[in-house]
Design a protein around this ligand. Structure first.
Ligand SMILES: Cc1cc2nc3c(=O)[nH]c(=O)nc-3n(C[C@H](O)[C@H](O)[C@H](O)COP(=O)(O)O)c2cc1C
Length: 249
């Protein structure tokens, strides 16, 4: 039996609309291309996600589950759980463009993930940070205008995925070369008509989403099937006090 390779899509639009359509396009293309791929979409629509208040509770608490290190009570824990336990093979994060960047929902979702990294710096936390090094990550974004900031929003997501240690890819493949370049990029006003489904007229944008979906899928399959490679550490005394707190790994 073929081992299943899971890709999770995260959509931060407050509407079931263009960004979700683009994300579904990417996820469907991934499933269609490779029989072992299974996908799931998580929508942040209607969810309450507070921003990080830098309260430091996640550095001090001694919880039994990593996501409980964050003290804030809202929907973030339920939303992040499928991304950490187990860590998926692939992830595609999708945001509408707001002021040339991701929207506040996506930003808050990302900020709260700082608690996932705290085990690196606070050895008294009893578990390790999630290992995303075998997770392929891609981003997509939809703006109203052709050049409304899709690339800057995509870069925000890709920086986040890079910091979490994921293997980041773009809307690029060996057959077509760069299509969406950094990620899938769509625009609502493509046919001069705005609306929740307007991006369906954006043939190139949808193509960029499909290329992204297949690229994330192929990379996820490669990572899932790669042999185990040891992680090499070295003794290093850093001027950064937190670094020297490194746990025995
Ligand atoms: C607060 C706000 C700010 C926005 N800023 C931009 C922008 O900077 N550039 C752009 O092209 N579109 C901007 N838009 C338009 C949305 O990106 C566009 O309507 C997109 O299709 C929304 O995605 P959705 O249909 O999935 O909700 C903005 C919309 C809102 C509500």
């Amino acid at each position: 039996m073929t081992r299943k390779v899971q890709i999770i899509g995260v959509c931060s639009s407050p509407r079931h609309a263009n960004t979700e359509i683009m994300l579904q396009e990417a996820l469907k293309a991934a499933e269609k291309a490779y029989p072992e791929i299974v996908t799931k979409m998580i929508s942040l629509k209607g969810k309450v996600i507070k921003p990080c208040f830098d309260c430091k509770a996640c550095e001090r608490r001694r919880m039994f589950v990593l996501v409980d290190q964050c003290v804030l009570k809202d929907d973030w824990k339920d939303l992040i759980q499928p991304l950490v336990d187990p860590v998926p093979n692939g992830i595609i994060m999708a945001s509408p463009v707001y002021f040339s960047d991701v929207n506040a929902q996506m930003r808050a979702f990302m900020e709260r993930c700082t608690s996932l990294l705290k085990p690196y710096w606070f050895p008294s936390i009893s578990f390790n940070a999630p290992d995303f090094s075998r997770t392929a990550a891609g981003a997509l974004s939809v703006g109203f205008h052709r050049h409304g900031g899709q690339e800057t929003a995509i870069l925000t997501i890709l920086r986040f995925c890079t910091i979490l240690g994921m293997t980041v890819v773009g809307s690029v493949d060996p057959l077509h070369g760069p299509i969406g370049y950094l990620g899938g990029a769509g625009w609502e006003d493509v046919a001069g008509k705005q609306g929740r489904e307007a991006v369906k007229e954006d043939a190139w944008g949808l193509f960029s989403a499909r290329v992204l979906g297949r690229r994330v899928a192929r990379t996820a399959i490669m990572l899932a099937n790669a042999p185990a490679v040891p992680q090499i550490s070295e003794p290093f005394v850093s001027p950064m006090s937190s670094f020297n707190n490194e746990k025995e790994k």
